[in-house]
Ligand binder design. Structure first.
Ligand code: PRX
Length: 651
C-alpha cells in the first residue's frame, strides 16, 4: 500500500516504500503479475536465442534469418542471413491493416501550430524524402548528418535514411558549429539536413547559420537540405544548399523499402565518454529494431488506444528509440512537441497532456524537478485524468521527486516506470513492467526479459546484496551497440576490457534484498547535466584551447534542478583573472561544444591540487565545488597551501 504519511525520504538507501499497481491497471495488462514477468525473464535467460528468435517473427523479413546470434566477443551479429528494413517495420507493416489510418504522429509546434500524420500519410512523406535522398546521390552506407528542430520532418528524415540503407547521425540542435564539424568529420557525413531556424522559448535559434559555419569545416559534406520552419533569412549556397520543399515538390511517393541485411548500420549517435573525444555509438538494423519495439511494448504496456508522449529530443537516444523506432514499429500514436516546457508559460506540458489526452507520459527527472519548482498551480490548471502510466529516464530520480510525480501528475493512480538504459544499450535495460513489478521510489527495479545484469567488484567478482559495484551486462542483447564508429580499439577498451566477458556500463549500482536495482552514478568522469551525458574532460579540452587558460579541471557538483552542474577550476596565463575573462571562457565553451556544456561556475586559482605524481585531485575539487567543508582524503596532496587557498575562495 502507498504510504502517504511519512515525510519525504531523500536517502535512497532508506527507501522502503513499495507501490504495487492498481487492480484496474493490472486487469488490462498483458504481463500482469510478478510471476508472469519472472516466467518471461527466466525463459529468456535459459535460452536467449530461442526467446529472441521467436519474437523476431514480429518484424517483417524480406529474407528469413538463419542464425539468431553469432557472438564473437565483443562483436555480436543478430539475425544473421536475414533481411529486413526498419522503415518498413515502422510504416509499411501497418498499411493494409486497421492501423493504416491511425494517427502515427500528433505534432505541436512551439508557437501552437499543429500537424498530424496517419501511418499512411507518414509513409508517403518518408517515401518522398527517401527519393529526395536518392536524387542527391545518397545510397547504402552513406552518412546523413541531421541538425534539425523537433519537427515531423526530423522523424521523416530518419525513416527515409533507413528506407534506403543510409546511416543517420542526428546531432542535437543545441550543439555548436565546432561540435557539428567534429562529428561530421568523424562520421565522414556526405549530406547535411537542417532548417532555417528553430523556435525556442519564443526566440529563433539560427540553425542554418550554425550549419554554414560547421560546413566550412566539414569537407566530407557535399550538399545540404534546408527545411523552412521559421521563415527567417538564410544564405543559400548555390550548388550546395537546396530547399526541402522544392525537392519534395518534385519527388515521387513511390519508394519501396530496400531489403537490408540484419547488421546493416542504422545510425550513429555521438555521446560523451571518459575522454575529450565524443564517441560515435553505432546501432544496426534488425536487433535494434526488435529491442526498441519489444521494450516499448513491455515497459509502456502499450495498447492501441494509447497516446504516448516522450518529451525527449530526437537528438538523443531516447528520441530515437521511444519517439521514432519503438513506438512506430509497435503501431503507436506518439505526441511530438517542438519547444520548451515553459513557453508561453510553465503549464505548457500539462496543456498538451489535456489537449491530446495523453495516456503515457515519459520524461526526465530534471524536468520533474523544474515542474516542482514552478509550482503545483500549473499542473492543477489542466485535466490530467487521461494519464494512466508515467515514466522517467536519463538519471536517477530522488524519492521526493518520485512522490511528487506520483501524486501531482499521476493522481496516485499511475504506475511510474523508472527506466535505466544508455545510448549504448539501444533500449531500456532495467525498468518495472508496470503491471507486474511493484515500484520502489528511486529504484529502476528489475531487468527487462533478455537482459542479464551483474554487479561486480574491482576484481570482477559478484558483490553481495546491498553492496555497490560496477554494473555490467553479462550476456549480449539485440539492442546492444555494435561498435564505436571507426574505432574498434576504443570499443574493446572502453566496454570489454575491465571485466572479462562482460559489457561495462560505466555506472555503479547495488541490488537490494528483493533483487531490486539501484543506480548509484558513474564510475568515470562522465557527469549528468539535465539528463545529458557530458565528459568533464570534454569541457576541459574546450577550455584549454583558450589562449589564457594554463590548466583547468572540471568536476560535477550537485544541482537542484540539473542533477549535476559543471564546476571548473582554472589557472590562467598572461592575464589577470577577471569577470570579463570568466564570461569569455563561458562563451568559448559555448562555441566549442554548445550551450549545454557551459560551466555553471568558474573559479580562478593559482594552482590545482595535485598528487605527488602530478594527478589532479578531482575528488577533492568535487568536495570543494559542492561546498563540503569536510574534504576527503588529502594524504597524497602535494601542496597543502593550494587547498587552503581554494577553501578560502569558497568562503
Ligand atoms: O548514468 C546513467 C544515466 O544516464 C546514463 C546514460 O546516458 P545516455 O547514454 O545519455 O542515455 C540517457 C537516456 C537513456 C547512464 O549510464 N541514467 C539513465 N537512466 C537512468 C540513469 N541513471 C539512473 N536512473 C536511470 N533511470
Amino acid at each position: 500500500m502507498a504510504d502517504k504519511s511519512s515525510g519525504q525520504i531523500d536517502t535512497v538507501m532508506r527507501e522502503e516504500r513499495l507501490f504495487p499497481p492498481s487492480a484496474e491497471f493490472v486487469a488490462k495488462a498483458d504481463i500482469d503479475s510478478m510471476a508472469a514477468y519472472e516466467t518471461l525473464w527466466n525463459e529468456a535467460e535459459a535460452d536467449p536465442e530461442a526467446f529472441w528468435g521467436k519474437l523476431a517473427a514480429e518484424l517483417h523479413w524480406f529474407k528469413p534469418f538463419e542464425t539468431v546470434l553469432e557472438w564473437d566477443e565483443p562483436f555480436a551479429k543478430w539475425f544473421v542471413g536475414g533481411q529486413t528494413n526498419v522503415s518498413y517495420n515502422c510504416l509499411d507493416a501497418h498499411l493494409g491493416t486497421e492501423r493504416e489510418n491511425k494517427t502515427a504522429i500528433l505534432w505541436e509546434g512551439e508557437p501552437g501550430d499543429e500537424r498530424s500524420f496517419t501511418y499512411k500519410e507518414l509513409h508517403a512523406e518518408v517515401c518522398k524524402f527517401a527519393n529526395v535522398l536518392k536524387t542527391l546521390g545518397i545510397g547504402r552506407g552513406d552518412v546523413v548528418s541531421i541538425y534539425m528542430p523537433m519537427v515531423p520532418e526530423l522523424a521523416i528524415a530518419m525513416l527515409a535514411c533507413t528506407r534506403i540503407g543510409a546511416v543517420h547521425s542526428v546531432i542535437f540542435a543545441g550543439f555548436s558549429a565546432a561540435a557539428i564539424a567534429d562529428r561530421n568529420g568523424d562520421a565522414s557525413a556526405k549530406l547535411q539536413l537542417t532548417s532555417d531556424a528553430a523556435w525556442r522559448r519564443g526566440k529563433q535559434l539560427p540553425l542554418k547559420a550554425t550549419i554554414d559555419e560547421a560546413l566550412a569545416k566539414s569537407p566530407s559534406v557535399e550538399k545540404c537540405v534546408v527545411l523552412r520552419r521559421v521563415g527567417n533569412d538564410v544564405t543559400m549556397q548555390e550548388g550546395r544548399d537546396f530547399w526541402w520543399h522544392e525537392l519534395m515538390a518534385e519527388a515521387s511517393a513511390d519508394c519501396p523499402a530496400e531489403p537490408l541485411d540484419s547488421e546493416t548500420p542504422l545510425f550513429i549517435l555521438y555521446t560523451s565518454g571518459s575522454t575529450g573525444k565524443p564517441k560515435g555509438i553505432m546501432h544496426t538494423t534488425a536487433g535494434y529494431n526488435l529491442f526498441a519495439k519489444k521494450t516499448f511494448e513491455w515497459v509502456f504496456d502499450h495498447r492501441d488506444s494509447d497516446i504516448f508522449w516522450c518529451t525527449a529530443d530526437c537528438g538523443w537516444i531516447t528520441g530515437h528509440s521511444y519517439i521514432v523506432y519503438g513506438p512506430l514499429s509497435a503501431g503507436a500514436t506518439v505526441v511530438m512537441y517542438e519547444g520548451a516546457p515553459n513557453h508561453p508559460d510553465e503549464g505548457r506540458f500539462w496543456q498538451i497532456v489535456e489537449k491530446y489526452k495523453v495516456t503515457i507520459f515519459y520524461t526526465a527527472p530534471t524536468a520533474i524537478r523544474a515542474f516542482i519548482k514552478w509550482g503545483d498551480q500549473f499542473p492543477e490548471r489542466s485535466d490530467l485524468s487521461s494519464l494512466r502510466l508515467l515514466g522517467t529516464v536519463g538519471e536517477g530520480i530522488n524519492p521526493a521527486a518520485w512522490m511528487w510525480y506520483h501524486r501531482t501528475i499521476g493522481g496516485e493512480r499511475c504506475p511510474i516506470v523508472d527506466t535505466w538504459w544508455q545510448t549504448e544499450t539501444g533500449g531500456i535495460m532495467m525498468s518495472p513492467l508496470p503491471a507486474a513489478v511493484p515500484t520502489k521510489p528511486g529504484s529502476c527495479t528489475k531487468p527487462i526479459p533478455g537482459v542479464v545484469p551483474a554487479i561486480v567488484d574491482d576484481d570482477g567478482n559478484p558483490v553481495a546484496a546491498n553492496r555497490g559495484g560496477m554494473l555490467c551486462i553479462a550476456k549480449p542483447w539485440p539492442g546492444m551497440l555494435r561498435g564505436i564508429w571507426g574505432d574498434e580499439e576504443r570499443y574493446r577498451e572502453q566496454y570489454w576490457s575491465t571485466v572479462p566477458g562482460m559489457f561495462l556500463t560505466g555506472d555503479n549500482a547495488r541490488c537490494d534484498d528483493d533483487s531490486y536495482y539501484w543506480i548509484m552514478g558513474r564510475i568515470d568522469d562522465v557527469i549528468n547535466v539535465s539528463g545529458h551525458r557530458l565528459s568533464t574532460i570534454e569541457v576541459e579540452s574546450a577550455l584549454v584551447s583558450h589562449p589564457h587558460v594554463a590548466e583547468c579541471a572540471a568536476v560535477g557538483r550537485p544541482h537542484e534542478l540539473k542533477g549535476e552542474a559543471i564546476s571548473v577550476f582554472v589557472t590562467v596565463k598572461d592575464v589577470e583573472p577577471s569577470d570579463e575573462l570568466r564570461d569569455e571562457l563561458k562563451a568559448h565553451v559555448r562555441k566549442e561544444i554548445g550551450a549545454l556544456a557551459v560551466p555553471d561556475d568558474i573559479r580562478f586559482t593559482a594552482a590545482l591540487p595535485k598528487t605527488r605524481s602530478g594527478k589532479i585531485m578531482r575528488r577533492l575539487l568535487r568536495d570543494i565545488a559542492s561546498g563540503n567543508t569536510e574534504v576527503g582524503d588529502t594524504s597524497t596532496l602535494e601542496d597543502y597551501s593550494v587547498l587552503a587557498k581554494l577553501r578560502g575562495e569558497e568562503e
